[in-house]
Design a protein around this ligand. Structure first.
Ligand code: MD3
Ligand code: FE
Length: 212
């Protein structure tokens, strides 16, 4: 479903087995050299979401290889299998004709894994810390959420509200890459336990930072 030019929602893209596999991987990554942590905004407030990263460590407005705000460990490598999921995601979202060359060239080098407890949310923002305009691939597992997809000009209306469910894929490329978006609400208790998460919501986004 094309929600806006370049913004494609593919409900139920991941099987329950793949969802559980991803949850397991996120648990393993969270036990690595850098734990899940709430990122601090420049004003000093902590985000309500807990995040762990692969490839590059993200803090609001910057990427680094070590997590000075989370114990000083070096981030884990971005696994090749996950890049493979990213390339398949582009083909499945944009169609083989549009996407095959773009997909073959797609080399995501960072993943941000966000965990939302029941009351966590994410305010409207743009993702502008990457130096490329290549697509962001987003995978959701666990409880449903309200996802708000806005416009590139303001963090307010017009926007489209959508419900994202466990297993959903969303690709944000082209004119949608720098649109405002946020997660105003989690719907607790809506997940199938077979997805591997007993409560809360995980979202993994992969990106191409353009950094070396
Ligand atoms: C639209 N994550 O990590 S995923 C983020 O569910 C983030 O955790 C949300 O926003 C989450 O930055 C939303 C959907 C998403 C991700 C990246 C985008 C939408 C996007 C980048 C550009 C435009
Ligand atoms: Fe974002």
């Amino acid at each position: 479903v094309e929600v806006a030019p370049g913004a494609v929602h593919v409900p139920g893209w991941l099987s329950l087995e793949q969802q559980a596999e991803l949850v397991d991987a996120c648990r393993t990554w969270g036990r690595g050299p850098v734990p899940f942590r709430a990122a601090k905004l420049p004003g000093g407030h902590e985000m309500s979401v807990q995040t762990v990263c692969l490839g590059w460590h993200w803090q609001p407005y910057k990427y680094s290889r070590v997590a000075e705000d989370a114990g000083g460990g070096r981030v884990l490598e971005f696994p090749e299998w996950l890049a493979g999921w990213g390339r398949r995601a582009l083909i499945d979202a944009y169609g083989p004709e549009v996407a095959e060359s773009a997909a073959a060239a797609y080399k995501p080098d960072t993943a941000l894994i966000n965990f939302y407890a029941d009351t966590a949310k994410m305010g409207m923002h743009q993702d502008k810390d990457e130096k490329t305009d290549l697509p962001v691939v987003s995978l959701s597992v666990g409880d449903d959420c309200l996802f708000r997809f806005g416009n590139t000009q303001t963090r307010t209306k017009p926007y489209t509200d959508l419900r994202l469910r466990s297993g959903d894929l969303f690709v944000f490329g082209g004119p949608s890459r720098f649109a405002y978006h946020g997660v105003p609400k989690i719907y607790p208790g809506t997940a199938d336990p077979a997805c591997g998460l007993a409560s809360g919501r995980l979202n993994l986004t992969m990106r191409v930072t353009g950094l070396a």
